[in-house]
Every structure is written in structure tokens, then in C-alpha cells.
Design a protein. Structure first.
Lengths: 105, 105
DNA sequence: TGAGATATGTCTTAAAAAGGACATATAGTA
DNA sequence: TACTATATGTCCTTTTTAAGACATATCTCA
């Protein structure tokens, strides 16, 4: 049962706080959409539709949490995202809230 | 800015993981809907509509995370909720995920 | 050369959630 | 007595979100 709960909660957090989980991933190293999709799916056990992912990435860039750079690999293009200072601050705010939650009410 | 981020994230967590925050509250002491509403609003800075709260509480009871007992105060009735073992397990699963998130990827 | 993986994007429709009204009753206070 | 707070519940409509299709192009391996 505890394991069922775990999976369910992880999936809920991933779904509802997907942008934060993505920023955290990109914080470890710059990454492009497709790779983010694969990593999120593997790490959190959720299906991440690309139809939701790419608009979200563009949105995070528009808001200043990410910057992107197009990289060519032969004829194929990757849009590699890097986290900004603003993005790091957002993740840090999240981390500090987690800490408080663990310390209890 | 960091403070703006904090508020925004706390509100997002409260909104999306409201049931868990409520279970955590009730875990500290048995509580009724109206009191939960006031506490959630004070602690997390969100408006909690009673039209959303009461169906959610009934739902959590139906799922076995809470039990309720009606208490009379003169002519007024309070439905006091207590967390169950199952509810505690759910909160514990949440706590363990928070720990892992803090430890990083 | 055909299939599956990599790679990024938009758009429409269907499902879920939120907001707010409708509904009722007691207690306390000005 | 009228207003505000306490207390719990449902229901409809609007808004938001999610699912999946539509769209295109390259790369690799069998």
C-alpha cells in the first residue's frame, strides 16, 4: 500500500509541479525537450506528452526561467535549455518550502 | 522576488495537494471543516471555498483516510474528523518523497 | 526502404476543476 | 432585530487543463 501511495503522490507532484521538476532537471545540466521528456518519464513514472512539454518549455523561456540555444547535429536541430538566475531562485524557493513542510506545522 | 516565488509556490502546493495538507493538519489534532478552512487560509494564504472543502472531506472519509464523528454544541453540529492509519500512511509517503526531493536527483 | 527513435511544434476537442450561487440553521453581538 | 460568524451541504456554469491528433523532418538500424 505504501508503495502504491508513493507512486500516486510522485505522479501528482510531477503533474502539478512539472515546471519545477523540469527546472530542477535542467539545473543539473542543460537539456533539450526530448531528453527532458525521457528523463521525467523514467524518473517519475509518468507519461509526458510532447504536446504539453514543448509549449511549457517555451513558456518558461518567455517568463525568464530558461534560456535556449539551438544546436545543430547534422541536419537535426536541438533546442538546448539552460536555467537562468531567476529559474534557480524559483527552485530554491521550492526547496525552502519543502524543508519547512518536513519540519511540520 | 524570492518572497513572491514563495507565496506562489505555497499556493500551488496548497491547491494541488490540498488533501495532503488537510490530512497533515488533522494529524496534529482532530478538526472540523470550518476550522480546517480557517487554518488553511491563515497558514497558506489561499482562499478555500467551502463548496470545495466539504465534498473533499466527505471524499477523504469515503476513501478511508479520515473518520468523522458528529459533535453537538448546543443546537449546532460539528463534524469532527480524525485521521486513520491509512491517512497517516499517505502523509508518511508524502514526507518521504519530500525528503528525496531535497536530497536531489 | 521501411520502421522506430529522435526532435519540435500547433490545434481541436473532451474531461476536470474552479467559482459562485443556492440552501439551511445556530450563536453571538451591536 | 439585523448583521456577522460559525457550520455543513449541493448544484450549475464557466474556465482551465488534459488527451490526442495533425504536422514535419532527420537519424539509425535491420
Amino acid at each position: 500500500m505504501a508503495e502504491t501511495f508513493r507512486k500516486e503522490i510522485v505522479q501528482r507532484i510531477t503533474k502539478n509541479l512539472l515546471d519545477i521538476q523540469m527546472l530542477r532537471l535542467i539545473q543539473t545540466q542543460p537539456m533539450w525537450g526530448y531528453k527532458i521528456k525521457k528523463q521525467v518519464e523514467a524518473k517519475f513514472g509518468v507519461r509526458l506528452r510532447h504536446g504539453a512539454l514543448y509549449p511549457l518549455l517555451n513558456n518558461l523561456e518567455r517568463k525568464g526561467f530558461l534560456t535556449s540555444e539551438k544546436q545543430r547535429q547534422g541536419g537535426r536541430t536541438r533546442k538546448v535549455y539552460t536555467i537562468t538566475r531567476k529559474g534557480i531562485q524559483y527552485v530554491e524557493a521550492y526547496n525552502s518550502i519543502l524543508k519547512e513542510q518536513l519540519e511540520g506545522f
